[in-house]
Write a protein that binds this ligand. Structure first.
Ligand code: AMP
Length: 280
């Protein structure tokens, strides 16, 4: 595995690179099996794979966890090196935000519409920060295909819309959510949880599954179930059943829905979702 913490050195290398296909896996580090599944898929599909580790300040709100976000570069590098075919990985891990956003940087990218619900509604500016960094990482790395996780389902839909609107010639793939045996979706933020919070956190995935089962039988009952659980437990920030394509209320035309939730445990915010096919 080759690694670069300097963007200019990375760019010189990238400009000389020869490959038939190049995958990109953008991350904020503190890698777990969910991230590694993205890298493994990218290694299966592509000759070379660029993994980026960058805690992007633009996607954190003023009262969010940017400062305390876990930065574990050494362990992350060991995990990447332990993967089969790791010699085909190129790691870009700029230490300073200014390596990606120089002081003079002033352009932001906003995809309108899809950000009006779920996390977009609750984290103003978050997806603008995500799109801005992902676009910049696309231009820096120039991959043929990029990989994202279903765990951030709304993020994937928004990035896909940005790709389509801006005619970005990069294939995108969404990789399923990696979970603990308990059902808890893997997340770098799980380590903030106390033992008790960890067991409470299981309620998120259990509620999503219950809503999905109810929705499978009857869409209106599923939507009502989500509303019922949301009003009963104030720790849910949102709990919604939405058309998986436009992230609006599903109609009789909807083929698939996403059952998505955000759960607050102290200062820790967990998200998860389940995708459900309504029609064959
Ligand atoms: P992050 O480092 O949290 O920005 O995540 C980097 C990428 O890994 C994003 O595309 C996430 O959706 C994806 N990811 C994070 N957690 C999981 C998970 N449990 N399962 C699948 N993908 C994940």
């Amino acid at each position: 595995m080759k690694s670069f913490n300097n963007t200019n050195e990375f760019l010189s290398f990238r400009n000389e690179m020869k490959f038939s296909s190049l995958g990109l896996v953008p991350t904020m580090g503190n890698l777990h099996q969910g991230h590694l599944n993205l890298v493994k898929s990218a290694l299966e599909d592509n000759e070379k794979v660029i993994v980026t580790i960058f805690v992007n300040p633009k996607q954190f709100g003023p009262n969010e966890d940017f400062d305390k976000y876990p930065r574990t570069l050494e362990q992350d590098m060991e995990k990447l090196k332990s993967l089969k075919n790791s010699e085909r990985i190129i790691l870009l891990c700029p230490e300073e935000p200014k390596q990606i956003f120089p002081e003079s940087y002033s352009t932001e990218i906003e995809v309108q519409g899809l950000d009006e619900t779920l996390c977009g509604k609750n984290r103003p500016g978050h997806f603008k920060g995500v799109c801005t960094v992902v676009y910049r990482l696309f231009l820096l790395t120039k991959p043929t295909k990029a990989y994202f996780g279903q765990k951030d389902y709304q993020q994937f839909k928004i990035i896909k819309k940005m790709r389509d609107d801006l005619l970005i010639p990069i294939d995108l793939e969404m990789i399923p959510i990696a979970r603990e045996d308990s059902g808890l979706a893997l997340s770098s933020r799980n380590q903030y949880l106390s033992k008790e919070q960890r067991s409470d956190a299981l309620l998120l995935n259990r509620s999503l599954n219950l809503i999905a089962e109810t929705t499978h039988q009857n869409l209106t009952s599923g939507i009502a179930k989500a509303q019922e659980i949301l009003t009963q437990d104030s720790r849910f920030q949102y709990l919604e059943v939405l058309d998986s394509e436009n992230l609006k209320l599903p109609t009789s035309e909807s083929n698939k829905v996403v059952v998505a939730g955000a759960f607050l445990l102290g200062d820790t915010r967990l998200i998860d979702n389940v995708i459900l096919k309504l029609k064959d």
